[in-house]
Design a protein around this ligand. Structure first.
Ligand code: MTE
Length: 299
């Protein structure tokens, strides 16, 4: 399958796996990492500089497992991810309930190294493995009336303490406009560093939309629906004033309670600089999708 987008980042830009997967083990061996960082790009230097505040670098957001940043890594192990089926419904030619492997068979898996920017003003660089969402959607045959794609996360009450406590409404839901969903940057990620997706990151399959704030990147997907109208999105339901449907990374449009102009690159350690946040998180090629839209209204 032809892919229309290529990486502009290399493995050197990646937040080190050991920082990223287990922040508690990062204190040893920092000299070598520091030397490597000097050879890297500015982003890489920040990413590779060990962070003495390892708790900060263990951030995950996966409220099904609790609201604390370390709750997902502590609790997600209970989630059952095999077998995994996904329901496809709505305005498409091939609705049904599919086993994950069947859904993905024939699609090209590749590595995409993306900046990942959370709405909470921190960021990482992550090497995802996955398929282009566009490739899967094409296989499912969207009808012309399908203007949006909606996604839903698994609810396993017995395995998800955040669900039992009802910390936010579940299932977690999200959506994209069809042209956003079809953009070659948009991934369905099934792994990181060439290994299966860690549970706290949304195993076995999650969305990654690199020009949008992280909450659009819904984890552990069990339903994909082709719909005519803008679908509900969890944070937009909870607080529409603070979280818009589009949620494109935009340094000029602040969150009502904090600035979006800068971000803290996870793993920066002592030299953790706040970096300027880039419009579209640096993925300028998506700008044409929003031509003519007022980005302060459609935030
Ligand atoms: N998906 C589900 N189902 N539940 C969540 O709480 N959190 C979102 C997003 N996807 C979330 C989710 C938010 S706020 C962010 S920033 C990213 O996941 C975090 O992804 P990461 O933990 O892999 O960095």
């Amino acid at each position: 399958m032809a892919h229309r987008w290529t990486n502009d980042m290399t493995r050197a830009d990646v937040t080190p796996k050991e920082l990223w997967l287990n922040r508690r083990q990062i204190m040893a061996g920092t000299a070598g990492i520091g030397a490597a960082a000097l050879a890297g790009r500015a982003a890489a230097q920040d990413a590779l500089e060990p962070n003495p505040i390892e708790d900060i670098t263990s951030y995950n957001n996966f409220y099904e497992f609790g609201t604390g940043k370390e709750d997902p890594s502590r609790n997600a192990d209970e989630m059952v991810i095999s077998p995994w089926s996904i329901t496809v419904d709505g305005l498409c030619d091939n609705p049904g309930e599919y086993m994950l492997d069947d859904l993905l068979s024939g699609l090209t898996t590749e590595e995409r190294i993306y900046r990942f920017r959370c709405v909470e003003a921190w960021s990482m660089v992550v090497p995802w493995n996955g398929v282009e969402l566009a490739d899967l959607l094409a296989k499912l045959g969207p009808k012309p009336e399908a203007k949006y794609v909606a996604f839903e996360t698994a609810v396993q009450e017995e395995n998800m303490p955040g669900v039992r406590r009802g910390v936010i409404p579940f299932p977690y839901v999200e959506g994209l406009r069809m042209d956003e969903a079809m953009h070659p940057l948009t991934l369905l990620a099934t792994g990181i560093y060439g290994e299966p997706m860690p549970k706290q990151n949304g195993a076995p399959i999650r969305l990654v939309v690199p020009w949008k704030y992280g909450f659009k990147s819904i984890k552990s997907i069990v339903r994909i629906s082709f719909v005519e109208n803008e679908p509900p999105a969890t944070w937009n339901i909870i607080n529409p004033r603070e979280y818009g449907f589009y949620s494109n990374v935009n340094p000029t449009h602040d969150h009502p309670r904090w600035s979006q102009a800068t971000e803290r690159r996870i793993g920066g350690g002592l030299f953790a600089s706040r970096q300027d946040t880039l419009m579209w998180n640096g993925y300028d090629e998506v700008a044409p999708l929003y031509e003519g839209m007022d980005l302060d209204v459609n935030f």
